[in-house]
Design a protein around this ligand. Sequence first.
Ligand code: BGC
Length: 739
Amino acid sequence: MTDIAALVAALDLDEKAALTAGADNWSTFAVPRLGIPGIVLTDGPVGARGATADHESLTTSVAILSGTALGATFDPDLVAEMSAIVARQALDKGARVLLAPTVNLHRHPLWGRNFEAFSEDPVLSAKLAVAYIRGVQTQGVAATVKHFVGNEVEHERFTCSTDVDERTLRECYLLPFEHAVRHGHVLCLMTSYNRVNGEHVPDQARLLDEILRTEWGFDGVVMSDWWAMLRTADAARAGLDLEMPGPARSFGAALAAAVRAGAVAEADVDAKVRRLLTLLDDLGLLAGAHAGARTSSAGGEPGDPATATGQAADVPASLSVIPRPTERPQDRPEDRAALRRAAAQSMVLLRNEGLLPLDLAGLRRVALVGPRAEHPAILGGGSAKVRPHYRLSLPEILRARLGAGVEVLVEPGAGDTGRLAAASAARTADVAIVVVGTDEVLESEGYDRTTMDLPDDQDALVRAVAGANARTVVVVTSGAPVTMAWADETAALVQCFFAGQESASAIVDVVVGDAEPAGRLPTTLPLRLEHTPAFGNFPGEASHVRYGEGLLIGYRWYEARQLPVRYPFGHGLSYTTVAIGAPTLSSTRLGPGDRLRVEVPVTNTGARRGAEVVQCYVAPPGGGTARPGARLRPVQELRAFAKVWLDPGASTTVAFELGERSFAYFDAADDDWPELVARRPHEVHPPPPPAAHRSVSGWYVDPGSYELRIGRSSADIAHRAAVEVVGGDAPLDPGMLPD
Ligand code: BGC
């Protein structure tokens, strides 16, 4: 065990303050005299980008599935397997901190970074975040859960304020972070660019100190998003540890000056350094550290590493910028195979009128159509974009799979003439495969999409081809929902979220039936943009984004409003049929501190090996609508899920465990209310039930009969079972972990 307190004590104020900011874009300072190394950070989440911001000079990287595609797997173990691949690539590039996962929610389909995030559902996002972190940290790399919190728009992202009530924050947007900290033991967290309720997140003691550190017990490193910090003393007191990138603007020398001016306690700086050193220690990087004698930070000599690197004049000469690591990324054959398998498991078969998997017997000619047919989009843009080791050609893979006896006509179908080139090719073919979608330019960090419609007349192309050949499969490659007004005109429709470097092989695997399309929708596909929950409150006005839909994100909105959707959350077809049997409950009553075990028998009743995602929703008493004296509850909320793979005829039992948090809501409480009532005893009559006005905030469980709904999507519920929940007037123990 390294004596971290002794190391902190061996540093003087200027050295400590300098350590609280990056040394450069991608690393922290080393203190050679104490054997403290610098540490290299890299983006995430689909690969290890490496130590440059300039895309063209990036070394190549593995490109795993983007967030939405990982979300579509509904498979924590697979997500952990994928993120471990990214972590190994980070090690190849000399990095020990990965800036991932992104756990913001799909609040609006046009958010530019939807593709990076897992889902519209907080619980699915939370469980996959924990899995992602596990995969990374088991490789000896620190994960960085980001962006804390309310970072769901790119427009004016440095200034916009996410205006949101605390209940919504707790139940939706904070939940994945809570899991990442309390279950995932994530080592680092990145604050977001935006403000929350008017105040920048790096400056918010409420979020950083009270909720993150005190309530959840986070003792890892809180870093700023790149250039997000503005205020020295506020952020220092709120609990931010590391300003990124360097050279420092708000911390570093400015932090030392703030301590000297009495605006920040030196103990706060010590705590930041202690947390940074603890991170290094957790990663095994302090083996050579020794708390030597305290020397003056001004003691740099000519020829000393600090002086030699020519670092900023206000950085103590005893600190040094570490040399940029040599990056030796490996393109591992085993990664290719794993990515191909995972990509297929993320594909969502939205519709299938019996065309898929293709019957290869008698197949003579295939028309492969669309601007994305040669190279389907595999990732999104911005800091999440890597230079993949390779790009696959879909026609080549299809030809290789179908063999010389099958002709594959490739038609991009661009423009009016191209669309007519495409329709006639489709007419002469046995099957048409249309690949449409967005790409890394349309879906990117830094800006939002302006329309949910496919670009470049691709809708017209789909219609032309589907009209020319009834045996048309459409594959949509996008990171977020697109309008699919033509969906019912297709014989089969596959949603391929940005599925990484093996997307093209996985598309072929799914279409010909070599692989099961085992994905389920992690986000609702709406009929129209105008139906979506945040419509009217996105991208906000005058740098304020009002989360006016509150708790009703995603399917919660469509269900509460009884709005039809194109395809519901959780939906996805299979090439086999799976029967979900009636659940068995360990008890029909849930008392304080109890845990409920729910067992669900599942049988593959079809002729092929296949997958099912068994989903468990909880519906509150009274159907979830807001009544006077009661709180709004969503109609139902996903609380657990499990993916199973079964051979034909095989059965298994899926088990879920639910505790009180699965039935609870957050009450932010209202300190003023008792006084208001005391002053107006006659107007507030009859007195509302105590649960309607609490003065202690926390998680509460209302008593009553709840329904467990077991199904294969939010709209396809196979079984319902009642549970009598005892609940009560007292808040749950804040130490109770979320399920
Ligand atoms: C992004 C972060 C990213 C950082 C470093 C920021 O612009 O918001 O997600 O980790 O840059 O590239």
